[in-house]
Design a protein around this ligand. Sequence first.
Ligand code: BG6
Length: 496
Amino acid sequence: MFGKKPEPCIMVIFGASGDLTYRKLIPALYDLVADDLLPAEFAMIGFARKPKTNESFRQEMRSAVEEFSRRKPIDERIWERFARALHYQQGDYSNPDDYRVLCQRLEAIDRAHGSGGNRLYYLATPPEVYNTIIEHVGTILCPEREGSWARIIVEKPFGHDLASARALNEHLHRWFREDQIYRIDHYLGKETVQNILVFRFANGIFEPIWDRRYVDHVQITVAETIGIGNRGSYYEHAGVIRDIMQNHMLQLVALTAMEPPAEFTADAVRNEKVKVLKALRVDTSRGDGTVRGQYGPGVVNGQFVPGYTQEEGVAPDSTTETYLAMKLLIENWRWAGVPFYVRSGKRLPKRVTEIAIQFKMPPLLLFSQRTASEIQPNLLVLNIQPDEGISLRFGAKVPGSGENIQPVVMDFKYGASFKVPAPDAYERLLLDAMLGDGTLFTRSDEVEAAWALITPVIERWKAGEGSFIELYRAGTWGPKQADDFIAADGRAWRKL
Ligand code: BG6
């Protein structure tokens, strides 16, 4: 996988005039070319409704690269080479004739670039048009021909509940085998997320204590300072439960909790993740196991920001949650009785994603009453972003007479240990899809297991059961009820 170049191919981006193409896909492709990770015969064609010529598309993509590539300034030699590989076709997603034209263009590009008939389709459109694109790609563009491959990348959201995710899987499976389908969860492309497995399974000392005998509980936080920007109409139907919990958060839970796979292959890794997702329960022993919040106006990073219901595209009486805390339990031998508290929100005081493993207290406190109260449990924190690293907290004796104990931290920082900046998640994911490696993509049963956990929560809310929406001031750590929720178990959220 590492250092290997993919075979020549043409990447077809549906939704090429959208934000994702501009901010993520094109800059990632440029950075891959700059790192010499793509074959010389690589080509890309964008397909979207807006009229553009190859030339005007290239001009726009140049601004995308200037703004969002990791490399600044743009390198003219690399840009020239990259720009020649970019093409555009205007089309209507529901018009079969436009796909026939696309088919001819693909063959012409194959002849000009030597891309060998291999195709990587990317659905970067709103999900409402996924079905029609999949069907036309399946029937007109011939998913796979003799001696060449075809793969399809599907962006999130993958369905909006269990039934719609199943229906989308069935629709895809009419034309594509599972090993041709790459469902994106960009968290899996992050270096620090991949490092969870390396940390756990390439080291001998952590795994033996990674279970219910030693771990008191796990806290996972995905906190954002941003609001919903101009995505109001999308977010109104999503909320943080569909936007973050069902995908990114459950992936973090699965990687933290899974058993070691028998081998590091796409299916072996995903088998273990699916087992965790199937063993997950929302703890409904107290209420419905959730706390929901919505941000009101407040101050974030010194700036006054409006409340959620004042945002563009949001109903003034919206009850969409922008904050959610849940208590999850994993019913298996490793984790029985160890709560996983997860929380995510927008307009919180700080952007931070971390996984904190809090260990149990020592079984016997040998130190005096006073110092014993200073002993804090060991804590291992995997900092996913932005301060990427890993830290371990333990108690140390304060120098001097007496038995004073103080918590100290052993700290590893990516930036300090590895001087090279990490590639963007999309670079890794696009490259893996071209290489045919599905390890960092979610499989059909995985996505369905995640929805099977989340859908009943949404249904309870819809039925008026379960937690209510609580307002929190933007720039604070969510509603007060979230503190009470965890305090009821004698625990507290980490202060970040
Ligand atoms: C996206 C969500 O999937 O992830 C966004 O739709 C969210 O709402 C984003 O802001 C967070 O990603 P990252 O990489 O910034 O943590």
